[in-house]
Design a protein around this ligand. Structure first.
Ligand SMILES: Cc1cc2nc3c(=O)[nH]c(=O)nc-3n(C[C@H](O)[C@H](O)[C@H](O)COP(=O)(O)OP(=O)(O)OC[C@H]3O[C@@H](n4cnc5c(N)ncnc54)[C@H](O)[C@@H]3O)c2cc1C
Ligand code: SF4
Ligand code: SF4
Ligand code: SF4
Length: 317
C-alpha cells in the first residue's frame, strides 16, 4: 500500500521527530504542504494525495541507510579505525577567510566557499538560512556575492531551509549549493540518492555545519530572550555558544546564559539526532577544534576537495 501523508503525520510529525527541515514541502508536487507554527501541515484532504507517497519517502526521519549514501557520494566505505567517529574524510584543517567583507560566525569559511563557487560558475546560487530583523530564520535563495554574504552567521533556531530548493528551481537556477545543519544535509542527500526530480538534479554541492543542538524560535527568542531577559531581538548582533554558555551580543556587551537554562527550548528532534559533524556533506565546517575566529573544515568528497583546493590556491583563505 502506498505510504501517504497520513503515515508521515503519525510516524514523524506527531511523534515529535520531525526536524522541520522543509523537504516534504519542497517535494510535494501540488504544493499541499505548508509550515504552520514550525510543523508541516497538509491543507488538502486525503483523496487529493491518491497514488502519491513522495513526502513520506523523501523524509529523512522515516529511516534510511547512511552507508548507501556514503558509498554513492564518497565512493568508498568507512575505513575501520579512521572514519568511525567523524565519518569519511580526506582532509581536516583549520582556516579563516581573508575577505574583509565577510563577517562569518567563525572563520567565514562557509561564505568564502560560496563566493568562490559563484565566481567560478560552479554554482549559480545557494540555499542558505537568513533571518529577519528579529532573528526569525528563513530559507534564502542567494544568487550574487551580496546575497551570499548577507546570511552569514549562525541563527540558533530551527529553519525549514530545504524549501529553498523548490524556490531556487522556480527561479530558474540549475546548479545550487545547499548549506545546512546535519538534518538539512541528510534530507538533501536522501533527495539526491532517490534521484527525486526535478529537485535533485540541481544540487551540485552540499556544505554541512557541525550541530550539537538547535532551538525552537518562539521558546528561545520570544519566551526567554524577549519576555524573560527583556532584550529586544532586533538589537542583538550575534549569538554564539562557548563551552556551556550561550552568548548574546548586545550593544557592545556580551550577556551569558547557562545552556542548562535554555535546555527546555531545544527542538525535540535534536534529542535523537545521530550526527554532529555533518557526516554526509561534501565539506563540513564548525568551530570546535579551532582557535576563536577560525573554522574547522572537514573535506569529505572529491567534489569538496576540488572546490576547496581551488579556494586555497586563490589565496582568499
Ligand atoms: C544551530 C547550529 C548549531 C551549531 N552548533 C555547533 C557546535 O555545537 N559546534 C561547532 O563547532 N559548530 C556549531 N555550529 C556551526 C557554527 O556555528 C558555524 O556555522 C560554522 O563554524 C561555520 O562558520 P563560518 O564562519 O564558516 O560560517 P559563515 O560564513 O558565517 O556561514 C554560516 C552559514 O550558516 C548558515 N546558517 C545559519 N544559521 C543556520 C541555521 N539555523 N540552520 C541552517 N543553516 C544556518 C547560513 O546559511 C550561512 O551561510 C552550529 C551551527 C548551527 C546553525
Ligand atoms: S521532511 Fe523534514 S519537515 Fe517534512 S516531516 Fe520529514 S523531517 Fe519534518
Ligand atoms: S500529494 Fe504526495 S507529497 Fe503531497 S502531501 Fe500528498 S502524499 Fe504527500
Ligand atoms: S542537533 Fe541534529 S536535529 Fe537538531 S538542529 Fe542540529 S542537526 Fe538538526
Amino acid at each position: 500500500m502506498t505510504k501517504t501523508w497520513l503515515e508521515l503525520l503519525y510516524k514523524v510529525i506527531k511523534r515529535d521527530i520531525c526536524t522541520s527541515c522543509g523537504t516534504c514541502i519542497a517535494a510535494c508536487p501540488p504544493d499541499f504542504i505548508e509550515m504552520v507554527r514550525g510543523k508541516p501541515k497538509r491543507a488538502i484532504k486525503r483523496a487529493a494525495c491518491e497514488n502519491c507517497e513522495i513526502c513520506y519517502v523523501v523524509c529523512p526521519q522515516t529511516g534510511f541507510d547512511t552507508r548507501d549514501i556514503e558509498s554513492e557520494f564518497f565512493g568508498m566505505k568507512r575505513r575501520k579505525d579512521k572514519d568511525e567517529h567523524i565519518g569519511i574524510y580526506r582532509r581536516i584543517l583549520t582556516a579563516k577567510t581573508k575577505d574583509k567583507r565577510i563577517k562569518g560566525q567563525d572563520g567565514g569559511i562557509v561564505t568564502s566557499i560560496l563566493t568562490h563557487a559563484l565566481e567560478e560558475h560552479i554554482i549559480d546560487g545557494a540555499i542558505l538560512t537568513g533571518s529577519d530583523s528579529v532573528w526569525m530564520p528563513k530559507p534564502v535563495v542567494a544568487r550574487s556575492y551580496e546575497e551570499v554574504v548577507g546570511p552569514s552567521g549562525t541563527k540558533y533556531s530551527i529553519s525549514p531551509t530545504l524549501v529553498g530548493v523548490r524556490d531556487a528551481l522556480r527561479k530558474g537556477l540549475e546548479n545550487i549549493c545547499i548549506v545546512g545543519t546535519c538534518c538539512h544535509v541528510r534530507a538533501a542527500r536522501l533527495m539526491q540518492f532517490l534521484n527525486l526530480e526535478p529537485l535533485a538534479r540541481s544540487i551540485k554541492l552540499v556544505i554541512g555545519l557541525f550541530c550539537y543542538e538547535n532551538f525552537d524560535y518562539q521558546g528561545l527568542m520570544r519566551g526567554k530572550i524577549e519576555d524573560e531577559l527583556g532584550f529586544k531581538p532586533e538589537e542583538i548582533s550575534k549569538f554564539e555558544v562557548e563551552g556551556n554558555e550561550f552568548l548574546i551580543h548586545l550593544k557592545g556587551k556580551i550577556f551569558r546564559v547557562n545552556l542548562e537554562d535554555i535546555e527546555e527550548y531545544v527542538h525535540p528532534s535534536c534529542a535523537i539526532c545521530p550526527d554532529f559533524v555533518n557526516e554526509l556533506a561534501d565539506i563540513s565546517v564548525g568551530s570546535v577544534g579551532s582557535p576563536e575566529g577560525w573554522s574547522t573544515v572537514i573535506i569529505r568528497s572529491d567534489t569538496g576537495e576540488k572546490i576547496f583546493s581551488a579556494l586555497e590556491n586563490s589565496g582568499m583563505i
